[in-house]
Design a protein around this ligand. Structure first.
Ligand SMILES: NC(=O)c1ccc[n+]([C@@H]2O[C@H](COP(=O)([O-])OP(=O)(O)OC[C@H]3O[C@@H](n4cnc5c(N)ncnc54)[C@H](OP(=O)(O)O)[C@@H]3O)[C@@H](O)[C@H]2O)c1
Length: 258
């Protein structure tokens, strides 16, 4: 399994106190990486870091809270990671926001800006904070957790989908900028995954049954089913992959019926 080995690598994963981010952090630690657990709540991050360390019997995880809305906190996340783990090899921009459901006509400017600030601008900030050392070492992997929402239209989560489409473009641009330095930038596009973020889509059994009907695999996804793609993109297995968006959605988008 050398292709997927992350021994000695250091990874920051935003939004890793639960859901998809936690599953990615756990999978990275299982693959040998040291992981930085981050979300807005230090206590929640410490619980995850403690669980990871208990599993591996050594300090494989640390907890550093940071809101992705706050540039200074993101800088502290990066500098604290360097101070405690020495470097950053892998960055996963996973945390995101969606404060609005409804037609585009009803979204406030503040909500629209919040979506863009958290889902696009914060990724740009964080990537540019970590990438100089990756360029210097001629080695780095950056993963943005986008969404199949960025590939399809919606009359309910339109601004969120525009932001997730922008993430696909961000990885394409940065893959070109950083490619010569062996820094790869990719996106993962999950379908509906059973997390708090998507609760409105699955907590009602009828809504979940409707999703199951339009999903070729016949069910919504679980957080750890996104983690494999994140390990692939961060490891030697993904060494020649850059600028891509990997769809992990049980086949929903190829059916075209979400
Ligand atoms: N679930 C799905 O169906 C689905 C589908 C497609 C794409 N996605 C994408 O997957 C990513 C993860 O979503 P998820 O479903 O795993 O969500 P989740 O289970 O609700 O977890 C979200 C994580 O992000 C953290 N977070 C939220 N706002 C933050 C902020 N402003 N600053 C820092 N951390 C913040 C949360 O912790 P705190 O609350 O403690 O900050 C938590 O750790 C998002 O980019 C989402 O757009 C999800």
């Amino acid at each position: 399994m050398d292709l997927f080995d992350l021994t000695g690598k250091v990874a920051i994963i935003t939004g890793s106190s639960r859901g998809i981010g936690r599953a990615i952090a756990e999978a990275y630690a299982d693959a040998g990486a040291k992981v930085v657990i981050s979300s807005r709540k230090q206590q929640a991050c410490e619980e995850v870091a403690n669980a990871v360390n208990a599993t591996h019997g050594e300090e494989r995880a640390i907890a550093i809270a940071a809101s992705i809305s706050d540039k200074a906190m993101l800088q502290t996340l990066v500098s604290e990671t360097r101070r405690r783990f020495g470097k950053i090899d892998i960055l996963v921009c996973n945390a995101a926001s969606n404060p609005y459901y409804g037609p585009m006509a009803g979204i406030t400017d503040e909500q629209f800006r919040k979506i863009f600030d958290n889902n696009v601008l914060a990724n740009h900030w964080l990537i540019n904070m970590v990438v100089p050392e990756m360029i210097e070492r001629e080695n780095g992997a950056i993963v943005i957790v986008s969404s199949i929402g960025g590939l399809i239209g919606s009359d309910v989560i339109g601004a969120y989908n525009v932001s997730k489409a922008a993430d696909f473009q961000l990885v394409r641009n940065l893959a070109i900028e950083f490619g010569r330095h062996n820094v790869r930038v990719n996106a993962i596009a999950p379908g509906v995954i059973r997390t708090d973020f998507a609760k409105a889509l699955w907590e009602d059994p009828e809504a979940e049954a409707a999703l199951n009907r339009v999903t070729p695999l016949g069910r919504i996804g679980e957080p750890d089913e996104i983690a494999g793609a994140a390990v692939f993109l961060a490891s030697k297995a993904g060494a020649y992959v850059t600028g891509q968006g990997i769809v992990v959605d049980g086949g929903t988008t190829i059916r075209g019926g979400l």
